[in-house]
Design a protein. Structure first.
Length: 383
């Protein structure tokens, strides 16, 4: 009974968006800025009939200097193939918009290997007039490259040859290749030592990145890697006196020429920084990216804190792996501090996502009982 009821509500939420256009209440976050562009301006709306807007892609999207402040949530499709129907995605998007003022979602580790997931996300984004950062990354736990190939080929198919082909570049803001492939050594050559800077492994990574980018460019979509560059000796150079890598490391330098943007993972949580020092670490990282990769647009696609011990992501002192203190109060303090530094984000032209909406245990904003961890809070988009 319960299942049926929830499904009905989900379908109703979806139908509401289709039959009546978008309710007024969904538009709130953009109203503080009268920008005439997507996804921040209210005048730019994706067509429910799937026709692309009558302008170029670059005229459609808001300019890069407007991409600062809160964008939305990482939205995982990691553990199940059952809850990615259009109405479920749309129902979550409606909450992200209404309750938090989100304008975009970032797909995270989409564990689905058919065209259906890509199409459903695009469809739900059209209903809700939201932008999408997508990601092709096979599950962290399993390095079966046939899965990565399926993710990419199904995406390429949807972009080139589906009813969404024409409108997709107006929905998809950017595409991330893999998810922390350096830290997880995802493209390490068979039989290698597990060092991503070893030549065959580095060639696999940079070739994979370049090939993916070539495909995305056919549709005008910029591509990059989703990674933490605070990996001295690999992504960043050797550690300097301030504790940060000086310049680019061997992997970072090899990747730089084939990237259109930096979607950075800035994760005080995993660098054993206490919550009261987390902003200092985060701001220091932003300045690092601006110093060494100044030509690339910067979005923080992953930042996180935990509400409690998280068996999936360590956290707390139980595993000794990520020893940050974790509680609802710490989680709330972390995110509100990020938001309070909107002027810094604006000055450095940095937009950010909250990691995550769901499926990531105690990193999630959405709790198991359907409530959110930080109620009545709209992070700033404009400041
Ligand atoms: C909207 O944001 C852009 C970029 O920050 C700014 O240049 C513009 O003045 C803002 N417009 C309004 C009406 O606040
Ligand atoms: C990396 O390249 C080697 C050949 O140099 C190949 O045998 C291996 O399968 C590749 N691995 C990946 C992860 O692409
Ligand atoms: C971080 O804190 C240190 C010590 O107070 C300070 O020197 C540094 O400027 C801070 N970094 C940032 C980016 O605010």
């Amino acid at each position: 009974m319960m299942v049926v009821k929830i499904l009905t509500q989900a379908i109703f939420a979806g139908l509401l968006a289709v039959t009546h256009g978008l309710p007024q209440i969904l538009q709130r976050s953009s109203e503080a800025n009268n920008s005439n562009c997507f996804p921040f301006g209210t005048s730019h709306r994706l067509n429910l009939d799937l026709q692309p807007p009558p302008m170029s892609r670059s005229d459609w999207w808001c300019s890069q200097d407007m991409f600062y402040g809160f964008l939305g949530f990482s939205y995982a499709f990691q553990y199940t193939n059952m809850d990615f129907d259009v109405s479920t995605i749309s129902k979550d998007m409606i909450r992200m918009k209404q309750e938090f003022g989100a304008t975009m979602i970032r797909m995270y580790i989409p564990e689905s290997y058919t065209t259906e997931l890509w199409e459903n996300v695009i469809q739900a984004a059209i209903w809700n007039n939201m932008g999408v950062v997508l990601q092709v990354a096979f599950p962290i736990s399993g390095n079966d490259l046939s899965l990565e190939a399926a993710l990419e080929s199904t995406l390429f198919n949807v972009l080139a040859n589906s009813r969404y082909s024409a409108i997709a570049p107006y929905v998809i803001y950017a595409a991330e290749y893999l998810n922390e492939p350096v830290g997880d050594c995802d493209m390490c050559a068979a039989g290698s030592t597990g060092d991503p800077s070893e030549p065959a492994s580095l060639a696999n990574l940079t070739t994979g990145m370049a090939n993916f980018r070539t495909e995305m460019h056919k549709h005008g979509i910029p591509a990059g890697i989703s990674e933490d560059w605070d990996r001295p000796g690999l992504m960043s150079g050797p550690v300097g006196t301030d504790g940060l890598g000086v310049g680019l490391g061997v992997v970072g330098a090899a990747l730089e020429p084939v990237l259109d943007f930096v979607h950075a993972h800035i994760m005080a949580y995993y660098h054993n920084v206490g919550v009261s020092e987390a902003w200092n670490y985060t701001a220091g990282q932003v300045l690092w990216y601006k110093k060494y990769l100044p030509q690339l647009p910067l979005v923080i696609s992953e930042m996180m804190w935990a509400t409690g011990y998280n068996v999936l992501h360590a956290g707390g002192d139980i595993t000794g792996f990520a020893v940050a203190e974790v509680s609802v109060a710490d989680y709330t303090l972390f995110w509100k501090t990020v938001d309070e530094n909107c002027a810094f984000m604006k000055e450095h032209n940095v937009a950010w996502f909250i990691h995550a909406w769901r499926e990531e245990g105690t990193l999630d904003m959405l709790q198991a009982d359907g409530t959110v961890v930080i109620p009545n809070w709209k992070p700033q988009k404009w400041c």
